[in-house]
Design a protein around this ligand. Sequence first.
Ligand SMILES: [Zn+2]
Length: 292
Amino acid sequence: MQKLNHCILCHASDFRIIHQKDQWQYLRCLNCGLVCLRPRPFPHSLMKNYQDYLPVQPEEISKWEMMMKPVVVKSANLIESWTKTGRGRLLDIGCGYGFFLQEMNSRGWQVEGIEISRQGRRYVQNRWNIHVHSEPLEDLALHERSFDVVTLFYVIEHVLDPLRLLTEVKRVLKSDGLVLLRWPHSTPIVKILGPMSRKLDLYHTPYHLYDFSPKTINKLLVLSGFKEIETMIGGHTRPSRSLGRWASTVFGQLGEILYFLSGGNLLLPGISKTTLAFKASKRDPADSIPSA
Ligand SMILES: [Zn+2]
């Protein structure tokens, strides 16, 4: 056990090391279970890394497009069945090559994106002609209550202050606005695989600053001012190595099977999860919880 600064979710200060690679350690909060990276990378070095994060080779991009297709379609269907307002304005944070933006655009939504990576921005603007901001949401000062839906695919585990980001997401959402998060949940697989997990590096060290679970993502969303939070599993992530891809596919499917066999009670293996939540209004009790 190692004494450290406080957990961002529960402010407890007792952690256990669950994974180590070079100088990087993943620590689990003994109170709430949140897994986080220590030491913390500097914000400017993170930004610099993400500016050149995405590959530019057309083969890589089309492989990515094919792998993301089921996730894109499933997420678009989920949003259309969950939104109370019908087609409206959507913001995709960390939009990458814009596959999801384009899907929603083709369904009649008014869309825009945020992407730190230059390659990503250029691609979205050239191929889809969709507007993409280059700055993080917290620096954009967008009008409050301007979006019906905000989506974050594989973003929340990469940001230094996810509470601040989601609080800002809440601010730019209209009342009854919907947020969709797609995120990897690697810790159960790391536990199951034991020492073998070190080779796979499912945490993508040091890129994943957090590894959320359904419980900790729920707490994060409540603290940020969201309600009616629901987490579901399915689809596959795209780890860079073949063994990683194998593990994620196998466990992704195993996760789905167990989920259905257990009548929705067992939400453990399965690397990627999707969480949906509505903006809480002033009258909701969740809104009175301080967000910092
Ligand atoms: Zn904690």
